[in-house]
Design a protein around this ligand. Structure first.
Ligand code: PMV
Length: 326
């Protein structure tokens, strides 16, 4: 009998309204709701199989067997899944990424989304999209948003079942680009998992959390109305608010680098001069420039020779995670 293999593909996502801080860290129930866009062009493909010969789960990323932090995080995740949906034995996980890991492009989002979807298939769990989104959330909060397609909103919920993400609009509703200017390709020194734990040490976090419904409403409406000016204003404000919390945490977390700040200022100047574009930064120094198709070439031309940029990645509004043939 041939061995069963399940494979799934998921895109990372870029948050327009950020998730930062957990109300329940072990369930990864967020302190606030968030909105993101999936990123087509960037992807994680994960395959699952099992063997009776092994006594641990094994993880391979881009053909390299992982023996440290990443494999223990996955093992911990799988043991959590085992308590919810009992299964026998140990799994072999093979993952491929076509973009750098842990550099402010949400690789853990696409990784846990692909894994959750592959698990649903491999273990024949028969879960619905909201249930798979909740399953992905247990590995990495933002992974819940990489399960549905297009523009996605994650409601915090108050228990495992009620905390999942759902699509607000499809990729065809509004095609936007995310031009990612990588100012470093190194893995970030402070993981978002650790960062979330410090969020409440900032006096600004409660203000940020309290204000979230306002930002979510503006962002959601801007997406529905395809109003780029409104979207630009709110995503920059939201990104700055999250980084203000990070900068004022104890100990402070400084993800920005001089090049990040210089790019942010330049994006605002470009917009003033009529080029529709806006910046947003996750937990890393790399700058995501969101723009409509009409200004993509102008943004790319402008930043192609810009000092301090190591690499440029281009993604556009992407679809849902899906099962692929193994
Ligand atoms: O899902 P995590 O634990 O990697 O946290 C993601 C945090 C941010 O990327 C900074 C914001 C977000 O909403 O994606």
């Amino acid at each position: 009998m041939s061995q069963k293999i399940s494979s799934a593909l998921a895109h990372p996502n870029i948050a327009f309204i950020k998730y930062w801080g957990n109300a329940n860290p072990s369930l990864r129930l967020p302190s606030n709701g968030s909105i993101s866009m999936n990123l087509e062009g960037l992807e994680t493909v994960t395959s699952l199989s099992s063997s009776t010969q092994q006594d641990t789960h094994t993880l391979t990323i881009n053909d390299v067997v992982q023996e440290s932090d990443k494999s223990s995080r996955i093992a911990e995740y799988l043991e959590k899944i085992r308590t919810l949906y009992p299964f026998e034995g140990f799994l072999t996980i093979r993952s491929r990424n076509n973009f750098p890991i842990s550099a402010g492009i949400a690789s853990s989002a696409s990784a846990f989304a692909a894994l959750a979807l592959a698990l649903n298939d491999f273990l024949a769990l028969g879960l619905s999209e909201p249930e798979i989104s909740a399953l992905a959330r247990l590995g990495s909060g933002s992974a819940s948003r990489s399960i549905p397609g297009g523009y996605v909103q994650w409601e915090p919920g108050n228990d495992h079942q009620s905390s999942f993400a759902a699509s607000i609009a499809s990729p065809t509703h509004w095609q936007l680009f995310d031009i990612i200017l990588a100012v470093t390709l190194e893995e970030k020194k402070i993981s978002s998992t650790r960062g979330h734990q410090h969020a409440d040490t900032s006096p600004y976090q409660s203000v940020r959390v309290h204000d979230t419904p306002r930002r979510l409403n503006i962002c959601r409406q801007a997406i529905i109305d395809k109003d780029f000016e409104k979207l630009a204003w709110i995503i920059e404000q939201d990104s700055d608010m999250m980084h203000a919390v990070m900068l004022t945490s104890d100990p402070p977390i400084v993800y920005w680098q001089p090049a990040s700040l210089s790019i942010m200022q330049t994006v605002r100047e470009l917009r003033k001069n009529g080029v529709a574009c806006a910046y947003t930064l996750d937990a890393g120094p790399n700058v995501h420039i969101i723009c409509p198709p009409s200004s993509k070439d102008a943004v790319l031309d402008f930043f192609s020779e810009y000092p301090g940029i190591q690499e440029i990645y281009i993604a556009k509004t992407g679809g849902a995670a899906h099962i692929i043939p193994s």
